[in-house]
Ligand binder design. Structure first.
Ligand code: SF4
Length: 198
């Protein structure tokens, strides 16, 4: 990946996250297509299957064999294996009828960190990783009819996703990201760099 210069925690950083405007304004539409989880995340989810079943509603299947696609080799994932969640009733098998993720619901009920059981790519969206870079998932944003549709009150992706970025990069990585943002925005202000999101 030559097009980005800054690397944090081994990931190149797409600086468009500092200028791209975003607003989260829909009830879980990004979950309609499911997600790819790392094999370890898949194992974590299966380890709490009984709690998941207890928390599912009538629009979700309690048949565990229908929750995931077959695991597949994928070097973009830490364990080298990715497992997709199945789509049930037009939404991720873990999305309930109220647009809430059952995995997050369980963590909150237990008083645990809210993203304890959630695959990292669920937490990251509308950010994603692609070819070794932390970047914006514009492809998925554009195929969701109600995602990022408001024209006002938009924040930059960085501002809208501070917590998600800190979760992904860790506190130290996030501090480095903040410094990089300042440098990058300063370079735009003085005309050394162009804001490609305009
Ligand atoms: S696991 Fe939860 S957050 Fe991730 S796509 Fe499914 S419902 Fe959405």
């Amino acid at each position: 990946m030559e097009k980005f210069s800054k690397k944090i925690n081994g990931w190149f950083i797409d600086p468009q996250i500092f200028t791209y405007k975003f607003i989260c304004n829909c009830p879980g539409e990004c979950c309609y297509y499911g997600v790819y989880a790392d094999y370890k995340e898949y194992e974590t989810i299966l380890s709490i299957k009984d709690k998941i079943i207890d928390n599912m509603d009538e629009t979700q299947t309690k048949d565990v064999s229908k929750w995931f696609e077959p695991p597949e080799k994928d070097d973009d994932f830490e364990s080298g294996i990715a497992v997709g969640t199945e789509i049930v009733n037009g939404k991720c098998t873990f999305l309930d009828k109220n647009g809430r993720c059952t995995l997050q619901k369980i963590a909150l009920q237990e008083g645990e960190y809210k993203w304890k059981y959630k695959p990292v790519y669920c937490v990251l969206f509308p950010l994603t990783t692609f070819e070794g870079a932390l970047t914006i998932d514009t492809e998925h944003i554009e195929r969701l009819p109600n995602c990022n549709t408001e024209s006002c009150n938009k924040l930059t992706m960085f501002e809208a996703c501070r917590e998600e970025l800190a979760h992904f990069l860790g506190e130290e990585g996030f501090e480095e990201l903040k410094n990089y943002r300042e440098e990058y925005l300063n370079e735009i202000n003085i005309g050394v760099k162009e804001d490609v999101t305009k």
